[in-house]
Unconditional design. Structure first.
Length: 442
């Protein structure tokens, strides 16, 4: 009985490195190391995963890949003079995945059979209950997708220690896995967001949604979280200008028009150096990915190897959906929110995805969008807010605490949003205090 197909595995590795972009995405999203039973190709796939995590979002070129020190000579020789060619069509990639998955299942069953026979030969009396339980687990693995979340059992045929795994999550002494928003007026009452939450901030056009989320992304990175910021609405130059303004406090208009002084240029350079050093000191990374078009499925495949703690998508309305032509706007947004919520668990990450708000405070095109989010913030930005620079944040949808209002303070000219140090809006509903100057805002 054949338990592997070396040629098929070789074709998969070659296609990941040299195939078309869509083929690469399809294969990396569907395959894992378990799909490779031939030692050289198993090793090759492991190195590809490692290179993606430690370098950039792009897959390595063949030349770069073959020079990796973790590859042995057999693997280098195999891929230097391949006997197959890479796949060019997505349909062929899907068929190849089916072939490799078939042999993955065969190997799993073969290993179980060999181990079971060995145990029966060694033991005087076979433990049929234990063997049956192992067989159930084997069948479950064979029928499940790679990487699927395991089942947690209690009761018949289950050891107490195995059944207590879930309860240990409640009684362990590990700290609560929360990610602070970076705004104390919110965090002091909630502790922050859950590590796998979907958070949707919403405001009017020009309400500062991008500035708000960029500040949060930076502050989370500063606290030791690995963050990817995806500005679907801006190119890399626009994103860089906003980031430098936020980091240095230099007015964005001067950066955009390249009219900064020598002193301001020095200030920006020092701020950028501090920004880079924070990641090295805290062993985390801040990634900017200014892609213009992407879908939730594409995001999942691209970002999964990097194990980001926070994913910022600016903004959800600009994400692609394969069935968008057949859907109304509200249907598309609801489906995108549902997919993003599922992705938070798959990638074990907080996802921040701002959207637009109507004049009445509801979420544009998608009243049901909030049903999929763990937390929704909304705020108005009219003449009063432009005069006071104070934003009143409402929470129309939350899970885990009672909703409350809180104040933030904006300096959009310097791409800043910070805590407002005034009264609690729930206790002081009077007129907001006028702010004469934003100088010194930190």
């Amino acid at each position: 009985m054949k338990i592997l197909r070396p040629k098929a595995e070789e074709k998969a590795v070659l296609s990941i490195l040299q195939g078309s972009p869509k083929v690469k995405v399809e294969l990396m999203g569907a395959l894992s190391a378990d799909h490779f039973g031939y030692t050289p190709t198993h090793e090759a796939f492991r190195v590809i995963e490692k290179m993606m995590v430690t370098s950039s979002l792009d897959l390595p070129s063949m030349e770069t890949f073959l020079s990796h020190p973790d590859l042995d000579q057999d693997t280098v020789e195999l891929l230097s003079s391949p006997s197959v060619s890479p796949i060019r069509r997505v349909d062929d990639a899907k068929r190849l995945v089916e072939v490799l998955d078939h042999y993955r299942i065969v190997r799993r069953f073969y290993t179980f059979s060999q181990d079971s026979l060995a145990r029966m030969e060694e033991e005087r009396k076979a433990d049929l209950t234990a063997l049956t339980d192992d067989m159930e687990e084997c069948l479950s693995d064979m029928r499940s997708d790679v990487g699927e979340v395991p089942l947690y059992h209690a009761g018949r045929g289950v050891k107490d220690a195995d059944a207590d795994v879930l309860m240990q999550e409640v009684f362990d002494n590990n700290p609560v896995n929360l990610i602070p928003s970076s705004f104390n007026n919110f965090d002091s009452r909630t502790g922050g967001f859950g590590a796998t939450d979907l958070f949707i901030p919403a405001s009017h056009k020009k309400g500062g949604k991008s500035i708000m989320t960029l500040n949060m992304a930076y502050n989370m990175y500063r606290s030791g979280q690995s963050v990817v910021y995806i500005p679907l609405e801006m190119n890399k130059e626009e994103t860089a200008g906003r980031m430098i303004s936020m980091l240095s406090g230099v007015e964005h208009s001067k950066i955009r028009t390249k009219s900064t002084t020598a002193v301001e240029y020095s200030k920006m350079s020092k701020a950028w150096k501090r920004f880079k050093m924070r990641g090295k000191k805290n062993k985390c990374r801040f990634t900017v990915w200014p892609v213009s078009h992407t879908s939730v499925g594409h995001l999942r495949i691209k970002l999964k190897p990097f194990r980001y703690n926070v994913i910022v998508i600016d903004y959800i309305n600009l994400l692609d959906h394969p069935n968008a032509a057949k859907m109304q706007d509200w249907q598309k947004l609801n489906e995108l929110a549902r997919e993003l919520k599922l992705m938070t668990k798959d990638l074990n990450a907080l996802i921040i995805a701002p959207t637009q708000m109507n004049e009445d405070g509801s979420l544009r095109y998608a009243r049901g969008l909030a049903e999929h989010a763990n937390t929704v913030w909304t705020w108005k930005y009219g003449e009063e807010e432009q005069g006071t620079h104070i934003l009143t944040i409402d929470q129309p949808a939350v899970r885990g605490w009672a909703p409350f209002k809180f104040y933030l303070m904006e300096d959009f000219s310097r791409m800043k949003v910070v805590d407002h140090q005034g009264a609690d809006p729930e206790n002081d509903l009077g007129s907001p205090v006028k702010v004469k100057s934003m100088k010194g805002l930190k």
